[in-house]
Design a protein around this ligand. Structure first.
Ligand code: F6R
Length: 614
């Protein structure tokens, strides 16, 4: 949802900004731009439709000097993705330039007001309105830029992470945030500002996460100066950055998505590290230890999440109800926030999010708190807004996920769901010690089984080659594999643009079966032992209507493989664990189809990695 990066210091700003934009490109990639203040106090703004590489091509031969600058990669909200609407935007006087991630909801009324006061606008964006509002305040109140920003933001409804440079101030950037993320890196006589820590990695380890409604003066030779928009001073809290350069590079893979798929054995192990104890057959979740009682006696555990995180939550609901016998609901955060849900202080709401910045999930957290519920988080990004907005939580430790389509985030979230369900079952005494031990030993073996799945996945590419030109596809699974079917279909549609739907297999006869003919391939996840026979019947129903069948089966399977056109094996496991394995080949299948169709796998059209707007 747009990436912002800014720099002030002793180095040339342009290369730092461009590298930062490339690392942030997953957040939006329909246009990019940069503003640099050079030694002659000229503010040079360059913008291009398309990727950061298009911006680079467009500045060849131009003045890109300057030790201070701001840059932006855009995911359009207001105004089509073109050069005019790209950021940075200049104020009418041309004295200041602004980059913005977020949405100014009342921009139309502000624009009308500013037009009455003589301001003119070149673009359709809310951002150009904001920079002129700031200029208007500065001129009419005779205040410096910091103060003008603070006052102006009191008139703004919406979300923003902004950074501004001003002529005559070659050593100062003013930044602010509300609802959209912002982190500041503190180097030796230099500062880095970005939407997340990825542009800062490798440059400094010292960071400050800016809080909502804070305005910051970032001035060389001075400490960060922070006040809230309501004029209350805030003390910056400097933290160590927990991320390294290796974790944000491709490590020899052609795409981040494939790199992240192959990281899954390690990630799942990292997620369990220090939490799963196979020696004592127990689980400890330090992050939520003070809330175990509330979870145990909760009327309902309510997961709120979006997209892939919602699918992981659905797996979690099956596991917690089955193993720990606690009622669980799973809600789309976007629906939850508006549908007046019945939530009481006896409920525990768990927000699940990779990025920790999803606007709908943040709003759901706020609402749940208003109802008095305990709110926990399952989050990947340390220090993210959701991790800070929740009472406590469990980090997934998947490392930065750069590919826009979630892969390792899903498996790490599902791993957390297993540990949570097992811990609650342990506390509640719902499992015999023998069965709990069996489950814990199985979870401990999952990283090796994921590795086996990856090692035996070469033929998935051949299957993908056969189906790369289809227009539609169905995915069917039962119980814990129903969310896997949803996730498999989501992966295919988001990166290959093939229409795909996931269903609980038994629902097929209630409608989707009408779609089956020779042109409708169906992926069946046929691994659950207790519903195996039923899934076989569904496979038969598709076969007798000439549908093509791709079956994900267990290594030891005998029957389903005889019925399917193509078979993908996963290692044998206790049925409830199959989501952690069956998901892997479906990710790989979607990946190969997308590559063969010439799609941009890591940055699919119209998408962005973190959805910080409604
Ligand atoms: C799909 C995908 C999205 C996200 C969703 C929630 O591959 O990435 O569906 O899962 O936007 O994002 P987070 O988990 O960051 O809250």
């Amino acid at each position: 949802m747009c990436g912002i990066v800014a720099y002030v210091g002793h180095q040339d700003a342009y290369p730092i900004l461009i590298e930062g934009l490339k690392r942030l490109e997953y957040r939006g990639y329909d246009s990019a731009g940069v503003a640099l203040l050079n030694a002659q106090d000229e503010l040079n703004v360059y913008k291009a439709k398309g990727k950061v590489s298009d911006l680079e091509a467009s500045v060849v031969g131009k003045d890109i000097s300057g030790h201070i600058g701001i840059a932006h990669t855009r995911w359009a909200t207001h105004g089509e993705p073109n050069q005019t609407n790209a950021h940075p935007h200049l104020s009418n006087s041309g004295n200041m330039a602004l980059i913005h991630n977020g949405i100014i909801e009342n921009y139309m009324s502000l624009r009308k007001e500013l037009e009455k006061r003589g301001f003119t606008f070149k673009s359709d964006t809310d951002t150009e309105v904001l920079i002129n509002l700031i200029e208007d305040v500065q001129q009419s109140e005779h205040v410096d830029l910091f103060e003008a920003v603070r006052i102006a933001l009191n008139h703004v409804v919406g979300a923003y992470a902004i950074a501004i440079v001003e002529k005559g101030h070659p050593d100062e950037i003013i930044a602010a945030r509300k609802g959209s993320p912002m982190v500041i890196g503190i180097g030796q006589n230099e500062y880095f500002i970005a939407s997340d820590a990825t542009p800062i990695v490798g440059r400094t380890q010292k960071v400050v996460y800016i809080e909502d409604e804070q305005v910051v003066r970032i001035k060389l030779g001075e400490e960060l100066f922070i006040r809230t928009i309501h004029d209350v001073e805030a003390i910056p809290y400097v933290q160590e950055l927990e991320m390294n350069l290796d974790s944000i590079e491709k490590a020899g893979f052609e795409h981040f998505m494939m790199k992240e798929i192959y990281e899954q054995p390690r990630i799942v192990r990292d997620t369990m590290r220090g939490r799963l104890h196979p020696d004592t057959n127990s689980v400890s979740l330090g992050g939520i230890v003070n809330y175990e009682k509330q979870l145990l006696y909760a009327d309902n555990i309510v997961f709120v999440a979006c997209g892939t995180s919602w699918h992981a939550s659905l797996v979690g609901s099956y596991l917690i109800e089955f193993l720990a016998k606690i009622r669980v609901k799973v809600e789309y955060a976007s629906e939850f926030r508006y549908r007046h849900p019945v939530i009481t202080p006896h409920d525990v709401v768990i927000a699940v999010s990779q990025s920790g910045e999803t606007a709908d999930t943040l709003a759901a957290i706020k609402l749940a708190k208003e109802y008095g519920a305990v709110v926990l988080g399952i989050c990947n990004v340390i220090g993210s807004s959701i991790s800070r907005a929740t009472d406590a939580g469990i980090y997934t430790h998947a490392g930065p996920e750069i590919g826009v389509a979630s892969t390792k985030a899903f498996t790490s979230q599902v791993t957390v769901m297993f540990m949570l369900a097992l811990r609650l079952a342990e506390l509640k005494g719902t499992l015999t010690p023998e069965y709990r031990a069996e489950l814990i030993q199985e979870l401990d073996s999952i990283p090796e089984k994921i590795q086996w799945t990856l090692d035996h996945s070469a033929h998935v590419k051949d299957i993908a080659a056969k189906y790369k030109d289809v227009r539609n596809m169905l995915y069917m699974g039962r119980l814990q594999n129903y969310p896997v079917a949803l996730e498999g279909a989501l992966k295919l549609k988001e990166i290959s643009y093939i229409h795909a739907e996931g269903y609980p297999a038994a629902e097929m006869k209630h409608g989707p079966i009408a779609l089956i003919d020779k042109d409708m391939p169906v992926v069946f996840i046929a691994t659950n032992r207790n519903t195996y026979e039923k899934v076989l019947s569904n496979i038969q129903e598709v076969k007798s209507r000439n549908g093509k069948i791709i079956a994900v089966v267990s290594e030891k399977d005998v029957t389903a493989r005889g019925m399917a056109d193509h078979v993908i094996e996963i290692p044998d496991c206790i049925s409830i664990f199959s989501p952690l394995l069956a998901t892997i080949p479906l990710q790989i299948f979607a990946y190969h189809i997308a590559v063969m169709r010439g799609c941009n796998v890591d940055q699919p059209r119209n998408l962005a990695k973190s959805v910080t707007v409604e």
